[in-house]
Design a protein around this ligand. Structure first.
Ligand code: PRX
Length: 656
């Protein structure tokens, strides 16, 4: 937990919504009252009003077999139809769905009619490759329209996508493809990042090759390759060019309706063990909560707003707030391929000016890095179109919140700090703009229809002014339906602790107004630049290297990234003798983690030490290592098996 947060709880600034904003706001206080009076009927109304049901549902929630929920389960719908065709049928085919901007400044506009046409063709391509209801398709693409088109084509067929973030390594691709037995992989030759083409297909090739010749066991029959980077790629018998298949595809495709509980996607996320969890989401409930929250939290005016969520589609934010929520609501969006600072540090602000973005949703880590560069850069651009700002992924410190408000929001745009998780599928805690007074640093209140509490270890409500664990006390429509292939792990991870409450893994505090302040993870999950990483996963990558005898990883506070990965490793004697300097070992190990998991997991620091602090029962005391990594005096060491270890480690680390 972040010790600074204690001070932040004395934050007393509050910002009331302006008269003008409130009088035109989509959200109303009546929503809270309605949800409070009858939560299930509230969600049923949202599902009916926000979505098109081919077969209307009569049952809202089936919670007869907790923690396995079913929402709207006798209803049928097609998710892609809801995001596309119905907007065209309603006469909005000419509305822009995406203003896509390549890193190099190339751009492409896709209206709802054009996006629908592309998805229909892509659905025909996939069907031709044998993809049907329930089949899994892995998607490993840059931020190009084809990423969205692929996801929606898979959804249209009632199949299940597993999007793998383009920064992940071949090993990570392989384990995800195998865990889900994906039949098809959709990738690209490469995409533009930081001014050059970053190849993607070689990682897919390596991932599939490393599985050896599985023969008839091999789940992957084809790899569909989008041409984007124009880089040279190797070619095998199972590879097909996307553009060639699309050119041959039939233009018409009728969307079939599937049960509301038909699986929509699997998204892998880090947990407390070395193996990522395949979080499973289904259709009707997920889409309902995505659409509802996108509409009320972002005060959506689909005719006039230009909404930009900067998240990559490889993360849950990209799924829910680039693809499903905004498209279900018929929003106009910006989709950007590249990095914020390429080719110049004002790139994002230039894009906001170019497309007159009204609603901007990003992560605190990005805000903090812009803050470091200074207000001069955003001040060079016209940001006057902005009317609402959002934050997601980690706690936003009040200083960054105030900067965001002043420099980006011209002291007028409300800021919504949205708390949620891969598992929750959609926003759970957030102010509602125009209704809630906002408070820098606090995510504030559960959205209507969501029941949240902060409890102590026994599950008892802590009361205002106190800290504890964040729980969700009632099932919600976009909740995960399980962990792919592992129902026991689902129960153990989220439900066993309290029995009847969902345990989110976050610490939280209620202030004197009853507002919620998130304090960070209470388990061994780190949050680096809003990305979840598991200490265990990085430790197992480190010990897989021949240099390493033992490793312990902690998340240490970092000014820009929120937390940073810091590794403490013991090197095998034999390796220390033959190999070069300790700095080289550290560099090799950092590179190794990057290769095994992906560059985001690369430790900021690798400290080579002789010992690790352990309890008598052999458990590593990460708390002490965190003290060292954050430069604090080491706390209570009396439970260590060898109480001198920390002095030695501190000496070794500070000597560097
Ligand atoms: O610790 C919380 C933090 O991010 C975790 C979820 O990570 P992930 O599944 O990758 O989803 C991120 C995007 C929704 C949470 O357990 N987190 C997310 N949003 C916030 C946050 N912490 C504080 N404030 C937030 N607004």
């Amino acid at each position: 937990m972040n010790p600074q947060i204690d001070n932040l709880l004395h934050e007393s600034r509050k910002f009331a919504p302006s008269e003008e904003f409130s009088s035109n706001a989509v959200a109303t206080t009546a929503l809270y009252e309605e949800a409070k009076a009858d939560r299930l009927e509230f969600w049923a109304r949202q599902a009916r009003e926000l979505l098109h049901w081919e077969t209307p549902f009569t049952r809202t929630l089936d919670w007869s077999n907790p923690p396995f929920a079913k929402w709207f389960d006798d209803g049928k719908l097609n998710v892609a139809y809801n995001c596309l065709d119905r907007h065209v049928d309603a006469g909005n085919g000419d509305r822009v769905a995406f203003h896509w901007e390549g890193e190099q400044g190339d751009s492409r506009t896709l209206t709802y009619a054009e996006l629908t046409a592309e998805v229909k063709k892509a659905a025909n391509v996939l069907a031709g490759l044998g993809i049907g209801q329930g089949d899994r398709v892995a998607i490993y693409l840059p931020m190009i329209p084809e990423a969205v088109i692929s996801m929606l084509a898979v959804a249209r067929l009632g199949a299940v996508h597993s999007v793998i973030f383009g920064g992940f390594s071949a090993d990570s691709i392989r384990s995800r493809v195998d865990d889900a037995s994906a039949k098809l992989v959709i990738t690209a030759d490469g995409g533009w990042r930081k001014g050059k083409v970053s190849a993607l297909k070689p990682a897919v090739d390596a991932a599939l090759e490393a599985r050896g010749d599985l023969g008839p066991q091999d789940s992957v029959t084809h790899v569909l390759v989008v041409k984007r980077g124009e880089n040279e790629v190797e070619w095998t018998d199972r590879d097909l060019w996307w553009h060639e298949e699309m050119a041959k595809a039939e233009p018409e495709h009728e969307a079939e309706a599937f049960e509301a509980e038909n699986p929509l996607f699997i998204l892998y996320t880090s947990g407390t063990t070395g193996k990522p969890k395949g979080i499973l989401h289904t259709s009707g409930g997920y889409l309902t909560q995505c659409a509802f929250t996108h509409k009320v939290v972002f005060d959506l005016k689909p005719e006039s707003d230009v909404y930009w969520c900067t998240a990559d589609v490889g993360w849950i934010t990209g799924h829910s707030y680039v693809v499903y929520g905004p498209l279900a609501n018929g929003a106009t969006q910006v989709l950007y391929e590249g990095t914020p600072d390429t080719p110049h540090p004002g790139r994002w602000w230039e894009i906001i000016e170019k497309y007159k973005v009204t609603t901007f949703y990003t992560a605190p880590t990005a805000i903090r890095s812009f803050m470091k560069l200074g207000r001069k850069i955003p001040k060079q651009f016209d940001l006057s179109s902005i009317r609402l700002l959002g934050s997601v992924g980690e706690p936003i410190n009040p200083e960054a919140w105030m900067w965001y408000r002043k420099v980006i929001g011209a002291k007028a745009a409300p800021i919504v700090d949205t708390w949620w998780q891969t598992e929750t599928g959609a926003i759970m805690i957030s102010a509602l703009p125009g209704v809630t007074e906002t408070k820098p640093g606090s995510a504030q209140v559960p959205i209507p229809g969501i029941s949240i509490d902060v409890v102590d270890d026994d599950g008892t409500h802590v009361g205002t002014g106190n800290g504890g664990l964040l729980v969700v006390t009632e099932p919600w429509p976009s909740m995960l339906r399980g962990i792919w292939g592992d129902p026991e792990r689902y129960k153990e991870t989220y439900w066993d602790k309290f029995g009847d409450k969902y345990f989110a893994g976050d610490g939280a505090r209620l202030d004197h107004d009853g507002d919620i302040w998130l304090l960070g993870r209470v388990d061994d999950v780190m949050n680096v630049s809003g990305h979840r990483l598991s200490t265990a996963e990085i430790e197992s990558a480190l010990v897989a290297h021949p240099f390493t005898a033992e490793a312990a990883v902690v998340g240490a506070a970092d000014d820009t990234t929120g937390q940073a990965v810091v590794a403490f490793v013991i090197i095998k004697e034999s390796m220390l003798e033959e190999s070069a300097a300790v700095e080289d070992i550290a560099a090799v190990l950092r590179g190794h983690v990057g290769e095994q998991i992906g560059p985001i997991a690369r430790p900021r620091d690798v400290f080579v030490v002789n010992e690790l602090p352990k309890t008598r029962s052999g458990k590593i005391m990460r708390r002490l290592l965190r003290d060292v990594a954050e430069g604090r005096d080491v706390g209570d060491t009396t439970t260590l098996a060898d109480t001198t270890v920390m002095q030695i480690i501190t000496g070794q680390v500070t000597a560097k």
